[in-house]
Design a protein around this ligand. Structure first.
Ligand SMILES: [Zn+2]
Length: 508
C-alpha cells in the first residue's frame, strides 16, 4: 500500500507598476500578508481568513478545498510560504531573492512532495529582472525536478511569457473581471494537481500570445464585448478531453517586451486537441482587438454629471474612479490632481477622497482635533504626476489600520480627505466607514480602484465615473515602452499568428 500523496502550496503575489518611482520591499509584504507553515494551512481551512482584512477565501483556500474534495483522504495539502502585498512599484532585487529563498526554505522544510501549486499574479515587476515570476518558477522547478507536477494560477491581468509557460505543467487564470473567483481559480488549480498526482489525468497545455493590448472595451466579463469569450471558456470545459481554459488580458503598466494578451487550453493527454482549442479561443479573443476602452470624462464633465444627478445622489453616492492614480494597478496613491480640481470646482459637494502622504500624516498625528492648519499635500514620491497641493483644513479623526498604518481624516470645507501612510487601497468601503465616514452622506466618493469597487460599493453606488487627469495608470502610459515588435492597435495587425509564432519561438 502506498502512503498519502503530498501537494505543497504557496503564493508570491504583487501586481507591480514599472512607472512608479516607489520600490517594493519585503516589508511591504510583511505589513500586508506574509505567513507560512501551520498558520497558512489554518487560515486556508474552512472558517479561516486567508488574507486578513482583504480576502476571506482566496486561491489557496480553494486549493485546500479541492485537495479535500478530490483527494478524499488520499492527498495531503502541505503549506509553504504565502506573500501578498498591495500593488505598488517593482520589487527590489533583494526583495525578490529574499522571497524566493524563503519559499525554497519552506519547500525544503516540507520534505518530499508529489506536486506543487503556486498562486502568482502574473504582473510582478523587479528592477533589472525582466521576468521575475519566471525566476520564481525556475527556482522551484530546479528544486523539485522536471517530473513533479507543477501548477500555477494567475490573475487574468498577468503577462504570460514563453519562460513562464515552459516551467509548469498547467497554468490557470481568474475567469471574472472584476475578480470574484479567487476561490474557484484555486480550486481549478487544485483539481488539476490532485488528479495529476493521483494518476487520473495527464495535463497537456497549449498557449498563444496575442499581440494586442488596451482593447476589449471595458474588459468586464459580464458586458457584451467580452461575454462571448468568457462563455466560450466555460463551455469548452464541458467538452470531452478538455480540462481548463484561460484568457489573459495583460497588465498595461509593466516594462515588458512581451506585452499582450494570452490564451491557454489544457486537455487530458491530447496535445493536438489543446492546440486546436487554443487557436479557437485566440481567434475569438482577437475579434475584440478593435473595441477601444471607454473614453473617460474630464473632471469638469464628471462633476457636471454628479451635479445633474440629484436623485441618484439622494439615493446613494457617485463613485469617482481616479483613473490616473489606481492603487489597485500599482499607482502611488499620491496623485493630487483630481482632489485639487474637486476642492476648487466642487466646494459645495460632499467629497471623500483618499490620498497617500506619510509626511503629512506624521506632521498631523499629534495635531489637536478641529484646529485649522495649513499643509502641503503630495509632491513627494512622484512630483511630476502628483504636484504639491497646499490646503487649509482640520484633523477630525485618527485611525490605525492593520495594513495601511496610520490614517487621518482631514477636512477641507465639505471634503473629507483620508490621508494614509501606505498606498490607499480603497476597493472596499470599509476604507471609509472604519473612519466613521458615512457613504450615504457623500455626493462623491473617490476610489483608486479600477474594477473591484464596482462589486463592493454596489449598495451605495448610483453612478460609476472614471475620471482621467494625469498619472501613471493612464491607459496610454504604457505606450512609452518599447516592445519586441508591433502591437495592435498601435501598429494595426490583421492576424495574431505570425507574431505569436515569433514570440513563442524566441523562448525569452
Ligand atoms: Zn486583475
Amino acid at each position: 500500500m502506498t502512503g498519502r500523496k503530498r501537494v505543497a502550496f504557496g503564493r508570491i503575489n504583487q501586481e507591480s507598476n514599472s512607472f512608479s518611482p516607489v520600490r517594493s520591499t519585503v516589508d511591504d509584504f510583511r505589513k500586508t500578508h506574509l505567513i507560512q507553515g501551520p498558520e497558512l494551512l489554518a487560515r486556508c481551512s474552512r472558517g479561516g481568513t486567508e488574507v486578513e482584512k482583504w480576502l476571506d477565501d482566496a486561491e489557496l483556500s480553494g486549493f485546500v478545498r479541492a485537495v479535500e474534495e478530490v483527494g478524499r483522504g488520499r492527498v495531503e495539502a502541505v503549506p509553504l510560504l504565502s506573500a501578498w502585498a498591495i500593488p505598488g512599484g517593482p520589487l527590489t532585487v533583494d526583495a525578490l531573492h529574499e522571497l524566493i529563498d524563503r519559499m525554497l526554505a519552506s519547500l525544503a522544510a516540507a520534505g518530499p512532495v508529489d506536486g506543487v501549486y503556486l498562486a502568482l499574479h502574473g504582473a510582478l515587476g523587479c528592477d533589472g529582472v525582466p521576468d521575475p515570476e519566471a525566476t520564481v518558477l525556475a527556482a522551484i522547478r530546479d528544486r523539485i525536478g522536471p517530473h513533479v507536477p507543477f501548477v500555477v494560477s494567475y490573475d487574468l491581468h498577468g503577462q504570460m511569457t514563453p519562460a513562464k509557460m515552459a516551467l509548469v505543467d498547467a497554468a490557470v487564470a481568474y475567469r471574472t473581471n472584476p475578480h470574484r473567483d479567487h476561490l474557484t481559480t484555486g480550486s481549478r488549480a487544485g483539481r488539476l494537481l490532485v488528479r495529476t498526482v493521483l494518476g487520473e489525468i495527464r495535463p497537456k497545455m497549449a498557449w498563444r500570445t496575442l499581440p494586442m493590448a488596451g482593447m476589449g472595451g471595458t474588459t468586464i466579463d459580464l458586458f457584451p464585448t467580452m461575454r462571448p469569450v468568457f462563455r466560450w471558456m466555460n463551455r469548452v470545459e464541458r467538452e470531452p478531453g478538455v480540462l481548463d481554459a484561460s484568457l489573459f488580458m495583460c497588465h498595461l503598466w509593466n516594462d515588458t517586451q512581451h506585452m499582450g494578451w494570452a490564451t491557454v487550453v489544457i486537455t487530458d493527454g491530447d496535445q493536438p486537441l489543446a492546440e486546436r482549442k487554443v487557436d479557437e479561443l485566440s481567434d475569438l479573443a482577437w475579434t475584440v482587438r478593435d473595441v477601444p476602452p471607454p473614453a473617460f470624462p474630464s473632471p469638469a464633465e464628471a462633476i457636471a454629471k454628479v451635479r445633474g444627478s440629484r436623485l441618484r445622489r439622494r439615493l446613494g453616492t457617485a463613485c469617482m474612479c481616479d483613473a490616473s492614480d489606481i492603487v489597485g494597478c500599482g499607482s502611488t496613491g499620491e496623485n493630487t490632481r483630481l482632489l485639487g480640481i474637486l476642492l476648487r470646482d466642487a466646494p459645495d459637494l460632499v467629497v471623500y477622497c483618499p490620498l497617500r502622504d506619510g509626511a503629512v500624516v506624521d506632521q498631523l498625528w499629534d495635531h489637536p482635533y478641529d484646529q485649522e492648519v495649513d499643509v502641503v499635500l503630495g509632491g513627494k514620491l512622484d512630483p511630476e504626476n502628483c504636484p504639491a497641493l497646499p490646503v487649509r483644513g482640520k484633523v477630525t479623526r485618527r485611525h490605525r489600520h492593520t495594513a495601511l498604518g496610520r490614517m487621518i481624516v482631514f477636512e477641507v470645507g465639505n471634503a473629507s480627505i483620508v490621508l494614509t501612510e501606505e498606498p490607499p487601497l480603497t476597493h472596499k468601503p470599509d476604507f471609509f466607514t472604519d473612519l466613521g465616514l458615512d457613504l450615504w452622506k457623500a455626493d462623491i466618493v473617490v476610489v483608486k480602484s479600477l474594477f473591484p469597487f464596482r462589486l463592493y460599493y454596489l449598495r451605495w453606488n448610483r453612478m460609476s465615473l472614471y475620471v482621467r487627469t494625469q498619472g501613471i495608470t493612464d491607459l496610454d502610459y504604457f505606450l512609452r515602452q518599447t516592445f519586441d515588435g508591433p502591437i495592435h492597435p498601435q501598429q494595426p495587425l490583421l492576424d495574431w499568428r505570425p507574431r505569436d509564432a515569433e514570440r513563442r519561438a524566441a523562448r525569452i
